[in-house]
Write a protein that binds this ligand. Structure first.
Ligand code: NDP
Ligand code: BG6
Length: 513
């Protein structure tokens, strides 16, 4: 598919065309963690390099380390060198580093927040001059509570014309289950209004994910067939080739169902399955997504055994190199029952989707990193071609590749040239790289910018998060009740055999990716 040539890369231009944020300080809790180093720091640097961070911005790191500002800067520089993907530009780094400040302290110690208040006041005098603050909780869910109460207790959540705004970004998974999510929402609301709270799911900041609604609703040809009459099944795969890396303790708390299914995978499902919103704004879009979560047909008791597969990677090969099994990873308990793979078949109780299976799977240590959503169409009512020995032609598939090679592919049957009626599958391809040039921006760049501007459309709302837990909780409850261990699968494979059986039983198969 060709698109008109555009003068400048529209993916970056999109970011640049957004309103410039007000001067503000960004306070990051968890500055020694994987998320901060791998995603937040490179995104903040890129925003700064493009002039998208407000002048006089400050980034204040809070952690239980006895560092000074200089040591903090060295750590951030190390993260950039490792994860930016491009060489760090010295002149940009100098300006960026000038805004970095550090505040040492334990998260459950009121003294930390008193000190943070002082650091913010001093930083505001030196640089920011606004009082605006964005608090970013880049920490495991188990430490959200002391941070929220610490900020609130020290009156750091105040928000008003005379002293600037304050907003708080909470990472996923939001809570550990429905009950803890409700408690967390209540705790947040004690100190912050709903419009100050940004529950982040970085998949919603990915270009291809944002394009799902544009693809569906800005084009006349897809939406009429986007329903049970034409679609046979939907598949969502979020596969990672990495293991749990240095994140054993966090992952032991979460497992794949809380780490990926409850948030990223269900968000992708919602965008595919939702009804068109009445407007493209934070209220209307999120209203429709919540309806999808509420329409998920509950999986309870023995339904879970039939419709959900959990697995855990054992030793194997990753891209030809031997790798450890999950139980040998640092910070993982021997005999751990935590799942690193989940596959499931779910149905939506809606007029649009009744009877259409949605097959979802996610796992670590799969053969490759790929996220794809595919819609497989029903066969035509009368098969005129390709009957006989070779069987029916392959069904049409519309595949949205979220990463790494972002694009959309339509598979359809074509006549093989020559004096035969043979039908062969061919592909019509749209690739972001080919059509728009440069690579897409990192999801976190867009989302951080949205927080600074105050646009919450791409963030999840309290009722949406709780509804998603409402679907996940009975599944986890069944696992605990039955107490069986996740099925082992070799690192570098597509998961346990039971995941194949799940679709095979329905006479379908997973897309080969
Ligand atoms: P890590 O385990 O790598 O980092 C956790 C951070 O929290 C560290 O800085 C750690 O500090 C700090 N921390 C943990 N416990 C405490 C405590 N009791 N007191 C003070 N500091 C503490 O986790 P991630 O960075 O990977 O994940 C953090 C959050 O981000 C999770 O909710 C995760 O779901 C989410 N996320 C992660 C992504 C990723 O790619 N990593 C992507 C999207 C979301 P210390 O060094 O002192 O232990
Ligand atoms: C995070 C999970 O939310 O998403 C990680 O906590 C996972 O376990 C990561 O690796 C995947 O993100 P991405 O953008 O690399 O697909």
């Amino acid at each position: 598919m060709a698109v008109e040539a555009l003068e400048e890369n529209p993916l970056r231009a999109g970011l640049r065309s957004r309103r410039k944020p007000d001067p503000s300080a960004i306070v990051v809790f968890g500055v020694t963690g994987d998320l901060t180093h791998r995603k937040l720091v490179p995104s903040l640097y890129r925003l700064y390099a493009e002039g998208l961070l407000p002048a006089g911005f400050a980034i204040v790191g809070v952690a239980r380390r006895d560092w000074d500002d200089g040591q903090f800067r060295d750590t951030i520089r190390g993260a950039l060198d490792e994860f930016l993907g491009d060489p760090v530009r010295e002149e940009v780094w100098q300006g960026f580093a000038a805004g970095l400040r550090f505040c040492p302290g334990e998260f459950d110690d009121p003294e930390t927040y008193r000190r943070l208040g002082e650091v913010l006041a001093k930083t505001s005098e030196e640089r920011v001059h606004s009082g605006n603050r964005l608090y970013y909780l880049a920490v495991p869910p188990s430490v959200y509570a002391p941070i929220i109460d610490g900020l609130g207790g020290a009156d750091l959540g105040r928000d008003g014309a005379s002293h600037g705004w304050s907003r708080i970004v909470v990472e996923k998974p939001f809570g550990h289950d429905g009950a803890s999510a409700r408690l967390l929402n209540a705790r947040l609301r004690r100190w912050f209004r709903e419009d100050q709270i940004y529950r982040i799911d970085h998949y919603l900041g990915k270009e291809t994910v944002q394009n799902i609604l544009v693809f569906r609703l800005a084009n006349g040809i897809f939406e009429p067939v986007w329903n049970r009459q034409y679609i046979d099944n939907v598949q969502i795969t979020v596969a990672e080739d990495i293991g749990v890396e240095s994140r054993g303790p966090y992952y032991e708390e979460a497992g794949a169902i809380r780490d990926m299914i409850q948030n990223h995978v269900l968000q992708l499902l919602a965008l595919i399955a939702m009804e068109p919103p009445v407007a493209f704004d934070a209220v209307a879009v999120r209203d429709e997504k919540v309806k999808v979560f509420r329409s998920l047909h509950p999986l309870i008791g023995s339904d879970v055994d039939r419709s959900v597969v959990r697995g855990q990677y054992s030793t194997g090969l990753s891209h030809g190199e031997p790798v450890a099994g999950y139980q040998q990873e640092e910070g993982v308990a021997e005999g751990s029952l935590t799942e690193t793979f989940v596959a499931m078949r779910v149905f939506l109780d809606t007029w649009r989707w009744a009877g259409v299976p949605f097959y979802l799977r996610t796992g670590k240590r799969m053969p490759k990193r790929v996220t794809e959503i595919s819609l497989q169409f029903k066969q035509p009512p009368l098969l005129l071609f390709g009957r006989g020995m070779r069987g029916a032609p392959e069904p049409n598939v519309l595949a949205v590749q979220v990463q790494p090679d972002e694009g959309i592919t339509l598979k359809f049957g074509s006549k093989v040239p020559g004096p035969t009626e043979r039908v062969h599958p061919v592909h019509m391809d749209f690739r972001y790289g080919t059509s728009f040039g440069e690579k897409t921006s990192e999801a976190y760049e867009r989302l951080i910018l949205d927080c600074l501007i105050g646009d919450s459309t791409l963030f999840t709302r309290d009722d949406g998060v709780e509804a998603a837990w409402g679907f996940v909780d009975p599944i986890v409850a069944r696992w605990y009740a039955v107490g069986t261990a996740p099925a082992p699968y070799e690192a570098g494979s597509w998961g346990p055999d039971a995941a194949e059986d799940l679709v095979d039983r329905d006479k379908r198969e997973w897309r080969r990716l």
